[in-house]
Design a protein around this ligand. Sequence first.
Ligand code: AMP
Length: 419
Amino acid sequence: MFNIPRGTRDFTTEEMHKRRYIEEVMRSTFQSFGYHEIKTPTFETLELFTAKSGQEIIEELYFFKDKGDRDLALRPELTAPVIRFYVDKLQMAPKPLKLFYFGNCYRYDRPQKGRYREFSQAGCELIGTDTAEAYAELIALAYRILQNSGVKTLILNIGNLNVLSSIFNQLKLSKKQQKYLIPLIDKSLFEDVLDALKDFGINSKEAENLVKILQTEDLQIIKDFLKDDSAKQELVALEKILNLLEKAFGIKNYKIQMRIVRGLDYYKGLVFEIEAPILGAEKQLCGGGAYDLISLFGGKDSSSAGFAIGFDRTIVALESENYKFPKTKMDAYIIPLNEELIETAINIVQEIRSEGFTADMDLLRRGIGKSLKYASSINAKNAVIIGPDEIKQDSVTIRDMDTGEQKLIKINNIINFLK
Ligand code: AMP
């Protein structure tokens, strides 16, 4: 007996059917927004991930040496691989470049519901533009993908890291102090943030103001607090994005949340997250924003933004909301009643398949009773029964598996009948 590795899963045929169905909905939504699919390898050089996130990320990675003594890692996410690809081969492509992907990711996380060591992301990168309409469209795309997938209740939170940095700078917090605060802010542990600020010698009025800014949904309160002109400009840009999102893309139920941090040294400016509250602890379905990676990877500086949707969590959210996934359907199940009729059965099943229907036939030489039982277990719509009497009339009996109604149909009329 072998055990499946911790944090990984096998998927049954039913689960794969659900996953492929949702993947197709997501793929066609990406395509409808003008995005094109790409694919990168499952493993990359270890350095690709440490370059961005430092040595600390090694704790979260699956990494190994290959036989040529190279340090490699299974990818924990796809933004760094896509930007590596862009810098290497796609820099000359017309802008804006709109790329999307589906891919497995690997993280040495502590497994729980909605958190796995092998999981799948659906994501995209938008390269070469930083206009308000580009960012509004990016947020709208993430939201529409989850809506089109069928998730009913979604919460969209939008923040801005430059504003957060400028608030930190206004309070004269050192980089080290900021680094300490970020995980606390990320988890919304505001009491702990207050305690830490007190320890850093920040007076209680200013500390409370900071926590208020992190929690407020009112842009005016944030504006009044900011002293730095460039941070104020950043808020004006954010307002333009929100205005387009609301008035042009028709997405009104977002919340402004300056507490969104998403790893300050990678993202810059706009950040957003989408949650499915039904999921409880692991409720984040999507994270994204604008980021700086191209020049770090040796490319010519260009604006870039993107997002990643947790594919597995989207499925868990749909199941939790009792989403009715469409059932697999088999158009026809062919049952030859004796050995002499097997060739005719194969001809018929092939003809049906070549016309674009799904069809299967009995491969076990079972009797009619067992074959019909099997046909209903695979959700066949019709059973095509080929018996000696029918064949004498160049016909078959087609049984509607829902109603049980049977009809004698000429062989050359089967396709028309199925249509
Ligand atoms: P991140 O790259 O961390 O921003 O993750 C993007 C999305 O991937 C998250 O919002 C989650 O939905 C999903 N995700 C991240 N880590 C895991 C994991 N260990 N298991 C399942 N989904 C995950």
